[in-house]
Design a protein around this ligand. Structure first.
Ligand code: SF4
Length: 289
């Protein structure tokens, strides 16, 4: 049963023992756990991927959220000529912005794992599909891989900004995406776990401080930077670079840092960026509307 695999270490060990990918093992165990077929679950995941793609397409068209704080940045990113990012990263960051903006505009998105961090995983997978010629079947495999990571983090730490700060949302999304990319580009389950650990370490301690309590500033742009971090983590893992600390211990540290975080930095909009002079002015302006 999938519920019996309570750590990434166990998941990776089982996958390596059976000579399977994390996604294949997850699909098999999840189907057994839900008493359904792998085909039915795969079909459901294709529907999820379709919504992710539609949210990216719709997000590219957004011009302004109801608050006026979001809109138009994905389009600008798509048209950027600076050339600092490679094809995959450029597209991933663009789609991450688009999906996060679509969320800010009350559009339909897939929480992956949360609405606030909804752009990172799909942004990367959609970019990978286009730039590396991966089929939807392969991207769906990536979603099963990422789902397993999200499940382990949910069991051992938190996926909620109110509990663990933004590290729990964007950090978890980055770990899920880094793991999925590593598998899709040929990495072993062990390399996948290293990618997860590297991604979480990069975002450890990130506070949740949404301006005016809206999932827009800094959330939308954090999806873009979160995607870039996840791709960097996957690239490192695929190059054979290992995390000095095991992924499960990194997840444990993320939980403990989240618990130590003052409540003003856990989605209450009382501290961090939400408490800056400009943020307070924005809040006042929105309240008076
Ligand atoms: S800042 Fe808070 S609300 Fe915004 S994405 Fe991060 S965890 Fe979610």
């Amino acid at each position: 049963m999938i519920e019996e695999l309570k750590s990434l270490d166990e998941l990776v060990a089982e996958a390596e023992k059976q000579g399977k990918t994390i996604s294949a093992l997850t699909l098999e165990l999840q189907a057994a756990s839900m008493k359904t077929t792998q085909e039915a679950l795969t079909q459901k995941m294709h529907e999820t991927l379709l919504i992710m793609r539609q949210s990216a397409e719709n997000g590219m068209l957004e011009t302004a959220s109801p608050s006026g704080l979001s809109g138009g940045v994905a389009k600008k990113m798509a048209e950027s000529q600076a050339g600092l990012l490679g094809d995959v990263a450029q597209k991933a960051v663009t789609y991450a912005l688009a999906i996060a903006e679509h969320n800010a505009c009350m559009g339909k998105i897939i929480a992956a794992p949360t609405a606030g961090s909804c752009g990172i995983l799909p942004g990367i997978l959609l970019a990978l599909g286009e730039c590396k010629d991966l089929s939807d079947d392969e991207l769906v495999r990536g979603l099963f891989n990422a789902g397993a990571v999200g499940m382990v983090i949910a069991q051992n730490a938190s996926l909620s900004g109110a509990q663990g700060g933004c590290a729990a949302e964007c950090g978890s999304a980055g770990a899920m995406a880094a793991c999925a990319v590593t598998e899709l580009l040929g990495g072993t389950p062990t390399q996948c776990a290293h990618a997860c650990a590297i991604a979480i370490k990069a975002i450890m301690g990130l506070v949740c401080d949404p301006v005016a309590g809206l999932v827009e500033v800094p959330c939308v742009k954090r999806n873009a930077t979160g995607a870039a971090i996840a791709l960097t983590a996957a690239e490192m893992a695929l190059a054979g670079i290992e995390s000095a600390l095991p992924a499960d211990q990194v997840i444990g540290a993320m939980k403990s840092v989240g618990c130590m975080m003052h409540e003003s930095l856990r989605e209450t909009s009382q501290g961090g960026l939400a408490a800056t002079k400009t943020a307070r002015e924005i809040e006042k302006r929105l309240r008076s509307k």
